[in-house]
Unconditional design. Structure first.
Lengths: 213, 577
């Protein structure tokens, strides 16, 4: 729930800063069908298929690409390890966000990533580790997180150079409020190899409907 | 003349058996010895062969079970290695490096992850762990190619130095391994000093989809057997072995090069090197592998087997000699036992023949003396005519007695097998003519009519006096048993390479019951009650006919006609017709 709160705070800040001249984008992303097989373990929220990483059931991240001022204070986010899984399994963050990884299990975890945007290794730690180990994600891109001890644990952090992003509902529906007016590119990240985009022109106090086929 | 001086007593005969009786015993003994020797020899040959084969089979079985046990040890080791390798390829960091586009992290991560399994550069420090420690490793990509160590520096540098580029090239597979692959690598490492390395390549599968992302190839020191055998590994047409001598290695290479398939290669072979035999077993080490096929070749020296076989052979020969001795002793005993009744029979026959001869001989003398005395008495003047008749009758009886003794002498000689024919062509026609003339010259009270019918110049093979004796006997009987005014018919003819002489006469027939006995010695038929004779004539005639390779038989004895037929061998093609 912490991550949701953080997300709301980010969205609220983005909404309040441009005062009352904000637009809203809503629409639907056509998501791939949920894969019942051949996933070995349904707890795997992030799955790889032929080298393509996605969530299961599928979710998309819709974000507005453009030149936005970077936040003065780095935003924070949280990805916990609970019941030998990452929660959430897909986390979009704005670049320069510090994500902490609290261990809520009774066992050791060792979070690491070999992904080019961010390589790190938090080492082994237990739930009593204070403060919870955290990493600053300062390069946009997709970061795959794993646990060295629990081979099945997998999570994705999508580092975005924008404060305007939202995760779709399981049916693909999204609503991106408080976005500034102007010409932008709206993108929908579906999996590690698929990102759809469409140019948008946003007007103040208007709601734009965008569907990704 | 003292006839006893030349006569051997029955005791003499028994104590010293005749030469041919002794010969019989020797022949029996020799035959039995031959049989015993042959049977013993055959039995020994098969026993020795079976024992030798069984010893060899046992030894082969022993070798095979030893090999089997060692192969199981190998399988356990491979399974342990596989288990360790399997744990390694599930490591998150290795998966992360392969899946997350971070190949530069692959070898550095593996150096950490494989730290436990890698062998130190100084294997002598812990030789026991040597078998389960890897000497080198490489990762394979999805296509089976070796993922290079790029760049080979830092901690990875040491990994790089453990294989030369040529050796690395031997790890390349046609595709990433779908299952564990066993292979062998021609390898020379200054640190480990081995000529071969055993490679276990295992797939690295995606945790989620199960698809093969690549492979991990680990190189180990080949599993080495101890024990009596020497072994090597046949790979790429070459034998790699440190335990085989150069000569044995050459012989093994010859056998393996000649084998053209796996089944043929795995048949146990016997090889000879420098006069020493070895048993060679080959077994494929990596059936179905994507790596080149390798065979393990084990060579067992057969010194023990040969020594055991030699010992066995001596034991068998010893047992055989003993058996042969026992067999020969038994055959000697058996031959004595077997020939005893025959010898007894022969001695008895000899004795009876000799008795008959001696008795005949000793009877002739007093008869002669008696006849001389009677003839002397007859010359005296004072004898009345009645007395003269009586003395004459007595003299006639001495002649009959002499004739009887002659017949008995002849029979006894035949019984003893001592009568040998001095065979020569005999003109049977002349003989018949002469005999018929003699018959006609005799005083004839019966008024017999003699008929003849024979070809001129019929010649047979025989001895004339005995042939004549047969004919005289038959004619004598024909006359004696005839009726008054009856007929005698003498005919001869050639038939089927023989001369057949028939003598028939009229008179009372011989009854069917008597016919069976007429050729027996001293048999006289009921019809002969008033006829002089001793019942030896027909018997003598038949014995003589048989001595001539012929026979005498009664052809017919019907109402008023009795006919005998005697057969003789013809004198041959050259004989006068």
């Amino acid at each position: 729930m912490g991550s949701v709160r953080t997300l709301l705070a980010v969205v609220a800040a983005a909404w309040i800063l441009p005062a009352l001249t904000a637009a809203t984008i809503e629409g639907r992303v056509t998501l791939p069908k949920a894969r019942a097989t051949p996933v070995v373990n349904q707890r795997y929220y992030v799955v790889a298929n032929a080298g393509v990483l996605s969530t299961n059931p599928p979710l998309a991240v819709v974000y507005l690409e453009g030149r936005f001022p970077r936040p003065v204070t780095p935003p924070v986010a949280e990805m916990t390890q609970k019941d030998l899984t990452f929660l959430p399994s897909l986390l979009p963050v704005q670049v320069n966000t510090r994500v902490s990884f609290p261990n809520l299990d009774d066992t050791y975890h060792n979070i690491f990533s070999f992904s080019p945007p961010k390589r790190f290794d938090l080492g082994r730690y237990l739930a009593d580790e204070r403060p919870a180990p955290s990493v600053l994600f300062d390069t946009p891109g997709l970061v795959t997180l794993r646990c060295d001890i629990h081979e099945h644990m997998r999570a994705l952090i999508l580092v975005l150079d924008t404060p305007h992003f939202v995760i779709t509902a399981p049916d693909g529906a999204f609503r991106l409020p408080a976005v500034p007016a102007g010409r932008f590119v709206l993108k929908a990240w579906i999996d590690s190899k698929t990102t759809r985009e469409t140019p948008v022109e946003l007007k103040d106090d208007a709601t734009l409907r965008v569907d990704f086929p | 003349m003292n006839t006893l001086a030349v006569t051997r007593s029955p005791a003499d005969i028994r104590s010293a058996p005749p030469a041919r009786v002794a010969g019989f015993r020797t022949k029996v003994l020799l035959a039995m010895m031959l049989v015993v020797s042959a049977v013993t020899g055959l039995a020994l040959y098969f026993a020795q062969r079976n024992l030798a084969e069984s010893v060899q089979r046992d030894l082969e079985r022993e070798f095979l079970s030893e090999l089997e046990a060692l192969h199981q040890v190998r399988a356990i080791r491979q399974s342990a290695l596989n288990e360790r390798g399997g744990a390694l390829v599930r490591k998150s960091r290795i998966h992360a490096a392969l899946e997350d586009d971070a190949q530069d992290r692959l070898y550095p991560s593996a150096v950490d992850e494989l730290r436990d399994i890698m062998q130190r550069r100084d294997p002598a420090a812990d030789p026991a762990a040597d078998a389960l420690h890897a000497r080198f490793f490489r990762f394979l990509d999805r296509k089976g190619a070796v993922i290079p160590l790029d760049p080979p520096e830092g901690r990875v540098a040491e990994v790089a130095t453990r294989l030369t580029p040529a050796e690395v090239q031997q790890l390349v597979l046609p595709s990433a391994p779908e299952s564990q692959q066993i292979g062998f690598l021609e390898y020379s490492s200054p640190a480990f000093g081995s000529a071969l390395a055993e490679v276990i390549a295992m797939p690295i599968r995606s945790t989620e989809s199960g698809e093969v992302m690549g492979g991990l190839a680990l190189g180990f020191k080949p599993f080495e057997f101890g024990g009596r055998r020497h072994s090597g590994i046949w790979l790429n047409g070459r034998l790699h072995s440190t335990s085989l001598t150069a000569g044995v290695a050459r012989a093994v290479e010859g056998v393996m090069s000649a084998a053209w398939n796996a089944t043929q290669a795995e048949v146990p072979q016997r090889i000879e090197v420098g006069g020493v035999s070895f048993l060679m077993f080959a077994r494929q080490l990596n059936p179905g592998s994507q790596f080149p096929l390798a065979y393990e070749v084990c060579v067992f020296p057969l010194n023990d087997l040969i020594a055991r076989q030699r010992q066995l052979r001596w034991q068998v020969v010893g047992a055989g000699a003993f058996l042969l001795l026992v067999g020969l002793a038994a055959s000697h005993f058996a031959s004595v036992r077997l020939s005893a009744p025959v010898e007894k029979l022969a001695i008895d026959s000899e004795r009876s023949a000799r008795f008959s001869a001696d008795a005949s001989h000793q009877l002739k003398t007093p008869v002669t003396v008696l006849r001389a005395g009677l003839e002397e008495l007859l010359t005296r003047d004072h004898l009345t005519p009645e007395e003269c008749d009586q003395v004459s009758a007595l003299i006639h009886q001495t002649y009959r007695l002499s004739s009887l003794i002659e017949d008995l002498l002849l029979l006894s000689r035949m019984d003893a097998g001592r009568l040998k024919l001095d065979a020569a062509p005999v003109n049977l026609t002349q003989l018949i003519e002469a005999s018929v003339d003699d018959l006609s010259a005799m005083p004839d009270e019966l008024h017999l009519q003699v008929e003849t019918g024979f070809p001129a110049g019929l010649s047979i093979l025989g001895e004339k006096r005995y042939t004549a004796m047969i004919l005289q006997n038959l004619l004598e009987n024909a006359r004696k048993y005839n009726r008054r005014g009856g007929r005698i018919r003498v005919t001869a003819r050639r038939e089927g390479g023989k001369a057949l002489l028939s003598v028939g006469n009229t008179g009372r027939p011989i009854g069917p019951a008597a016919q069976a006995h007429i050729f027996e010695r001293f048999h006289r038929g009921a019809i002969g009650e008033n006829v002089p004779g001793y019942g030896l004539g027909l018997n003598l005639a038949r014995e003589l006919a048989r001595l001539h390779q012929g026979d005498l038989r009664l052809v017919v004895s019907a109402e008023d006609w009795t006919e005998f037929e005697v057969s003789f061998p013809l004198a041959g093609e050259g004989a006068p017709a």
